[in-house]
Design a protein around this ligand. Structure first.
Ligand code: KMH
Ligand code: ZN
Length: 294
């Protein structure tokens, strides 16, 4: 703990009163948790990823949240593979490319920092440690600060991942201490329903939204597993944006597995359109997030 006066962890909040006319749909196609053996339809090869990216863009998504796998389909932070994946998705789509810096719960912190070497448009930045099932997803304060500073240097736009209400307080502390991220916008994503994090309930999501600091310019939400649809509906109703994908949910409906990520994106796009906030274009997403053209 430093001796200087700590910044306030509470203060003005920014519950939005006027929702954006369009909805940013983010998709997280792979994650680091499911295995190819258990879920053969999970996109794990570069070819599968690029095909998924194209199909999800066509279905209405504007941002891909990317984890990659090695030749044995295991999670990896291999620099060459990360760079090749970013380049391939960029060549084949106009999606905003976000690399996960969360990786898997087994990835060391210093290796997670090297993800920015692959020059993505955006990177995830989780605002605190959380229990993650039987594991721990580690995000100590010095790591958050280091990643934030590195993202500013590299001109990569962070998306602040909030798994718990305490993460909202940590986000406020980070912004108070470090100022605005590269691009000047602050986009956050509530990841609800992780066993150990905030529950995937409307009440928990709304509590998080109510605590957001005023510098937050947009927020999205995802629900893990059976929280997927209710959280999407709640986020839309409250003026938020959506994240969907097989990283978060493998079940399309009771007794029916997700066969392809674009099913989840298509359903999200239908929901947005029904709610009179149709999917945002990739160009509009770049503007919303303050992402630089590379
Ligand atoms: N795979 C989780 C341990 C992120 O992408 O930044 C962390 C995660 C968050 O998925
Ligand atoms: Zn992730």
């Amino acid at each position: 703990m430093s001796q200087s006066r700590p910044p306030p962890l509470t203060g003005p909040t920014s519950t939005p009163t006027r929702p954006s006319a369009h909805t940013l749909i983010t998709f997280a196609p792979t994650g680091a948790e499911s295995t190819k053996v258990d879920v053969p339809q999970l996109p794990t090869t570069l070819e599968e990823l690029v095909d998924t990216a194209r199909r999800c863009e066509a279905a209405g998504a504007a941002l891909i949240h990317l984890h990659i796998r090695d030749a044995e389909h295991r999670p990896t932070l291999d620099a060459g593979r990360l760079r090749a994946s970013v380049e391939a998705v960029r060549e084949q789509t106009d999606l905003v490319v976000q690399l996960s810096t969360g990786g898997s719960v087994h990835d060391p912190l210093d290796q997670r920092l090297t993800v920015l070497d692959a020059a993505p448009d955006s990177c995830s930045l989780t605002c605190g440690t959380t229990n993650f099932g039987d594991d721990v997803f580690l995000n100590p304060w010095p790591f958050m600060v280091q990643l934030f500073r590195q993202s500013v240097e590299r001109e990569v736009v962070p998306e602040f991942e909030l798994f718990d209400l305490g993460h909202v307080a940590a986000l406020r502390r980070l912004l108070d201490q470090e100022g605005l991220p590269f691009g000047g916008k602050v986009h956050v994503d509530f990841v609800t329903g992780v066993p150990g994090g905030m529950p995937g309930t409307v009440a928990a999501l709304m509590a998080g939204v109510a605590l957001l600091p005023p510098s937050v310019t947009s927020w999205s939400a995802t629900g893990i597993g059976r929280a997927h649809l209710p959280i999407a509906a709640a986020a839309l109703a409250a003026g938020g944006h959506l994240r969907v994908g097989m990283e978060d949910n493998l079940v399309y409906a009771r007794g029916r597995a997700v066969e392809h990520n674009d099913e989840l994106v298509s359903r999200a796009a239908e929901l947005c359109t029904l709610m009179q906030r149709p999917p945002m274009t990739t160009a509009a997403a770049r503007e919303l997030l303050g992402v630089k053209r590379r």
